[in-house]
Design a protein around this ligand. Structure first.
Ligand code: AOF
Ligand code: ZN
Length: 359
């Protein structure tokens, strides 16, 4: 199951709207098949592993990180493939929250006389599955907030200079982090300030492109930005409010951008509605990279599930731009708190990773 989980982790960021699943088939103590959910979500992990195992699947054990599906969706059910191949035993890490499966997959396998064991390394599997389970149960993707700041939490000088605060190794790791998410999101302020690409630029690292998302209620992104100009090659989605100038909309559509209408909040777009729209579009893992307004809006709405915080050993002082703008915390009780998972030293910088602590 550890091996199957490693396969599943490898697919993170590439399989949306589907989960990334790993499957390892073992016969007489030897691995005879290995599979991961293909980029785009199909084929599923099990048929890939079964194809590799061929005739050796007969009487073998399949280790799968997620309960095999039993529905006729856009691919045939994996339960039928496992049964037809003559698999004798299936070991599953965690259940599939998709209402079309949800225990039914295990029941189908048992009814066919296959021995089924569940909850093996369940916590690890649920960690890998978080994005998908959020999409199914909450209707929105898992949100990771990525910040790269000085020790005092600043992202730019008061003149707006921000390149670069962290060193090359940290910035490379941040690109790898993009690769493990389905999409990268910024606010329009960041687009205006930095003209970012928001692509994952580690050669060979990632088979499918990461979606770039901009919260841009009035479609203020200039048509000449890198993001707009590359919309035909790498998906670029703009979250806009109703009533945005039709001529601008047409210009963006002509460049290949996708425009998603979201109800408005007092300023910008309603962030909870925006995340729901992204969930409906199929995203399961969203990396939010800035800036301070967007970070504050997400924290205020308690919509940050994980934080990846890069700290550079430098201090800017109070006139630098804060990574998180004010979001109305009056008492410590109201402050969102997180649980620390790990701290990694990256070159001369530090990466700390956290997840939301249930209050
Ligand atoms: C598996 N193995 O590798 C994955 C599964 O639209 P479809 O037919 O591709 O089905 C998508 C659903 O299948 C998805 O919502 C989830 O419940 C399950 N994903 N199942 O047996 C896999 N990726
Ligand atoms: Zn399946």
């Amino acid at each position: 199951m550890q091996a199957a989980l490693a396969l599943a982790r490898r697919g993170l960021g590439t399989t949306w709207p589907n989960p990334s699943v790993g499957c390892v088939i073992v016969r007489d103590g030897r691995v005879v098949g290995r599979g991961t959910t293909a980029p785009g979500g199909r084929p599923h992990a099990e048929p890939v592993a079964l194809a590799m195992a061929g005739e050796q699947a007969r009487g073998a054990t399949a280790y799968v990180t997620l309960e095999p599906c039993c529905h006729w969706g856009r691919s045939p059910p994996c339960t039928e493939a496992l049964i037809a191949a003559g698999i004798a035993r299936v070991v599953v890490a965690t259940g599939d929250p998709d209402p079309r499966v949800n225990g039914e997959g295990l029941a189908k396998l048992r009814a066919a006389g296959i021995s089924v064991e569940t909850s093996v390394l369940q916590a690890e599997a649920q960690d890998v599955l978080t994005g998908f389970s959020h999409r199914i149960t909450l209707g929105r993707p898992m949100v990771t907030l990525k910040l790269a700041t000085t020790l005092d939490g600043r992202i730019a000088t008061h003149r707006g200079e921000s390149q670069w605060i962290t060193g090359t190794p940290a910035r490379r790791l941040a690109h790898a982090l993009r690769g493990r998410h389905d999409a990268v999101m910024v606010g329009v302020g960041t687009v205006l300030a930095d003209n970012p690409d928001l692509t994952c630029r580690i050669p060979g690292f990632r088979p499918t492109p990461v979606v770039r998302v901009v919260a841009d209620s009035h479609l203020r992104t200039p048509l000449t930005t890198r993001l707009a100009m590359t919309a035909a090659q790498t998906p670029a989605w703009f979250l806009i409010r109703a009533g945005t100038d039709p001529a601008r909309r047409t210009a963006f559509s002509d460049l290949g951008a996708t425009l998603i209408e979201v109800p408005g909040a007092s300023a910008g777009v309603d962030i909870a509605a925006a995340l729901q729209a992204l969930g409906t579009a199929g995203l399961t893992r969203l990396l939010v990279e800035g800036g301070g307004q967007l970070a504050a809006a997400l924290l205020r709405a308690d919509l940050v599930d994980r934080i990846a915080w890069f700290h550079a050993p430098a201090v800017m002082g109070g006139d630098g731009w804060p990574a998180v703008q004010a979001f109305g915390i009056e008492t410590l009780d109201h402050m969102p708190r997180f649980r620390r998972h790990c701290v990694t030293s990256v070159g001369n910088d530090m990466l700390s990773e956290y997840s939301r602590q249930a209050s």
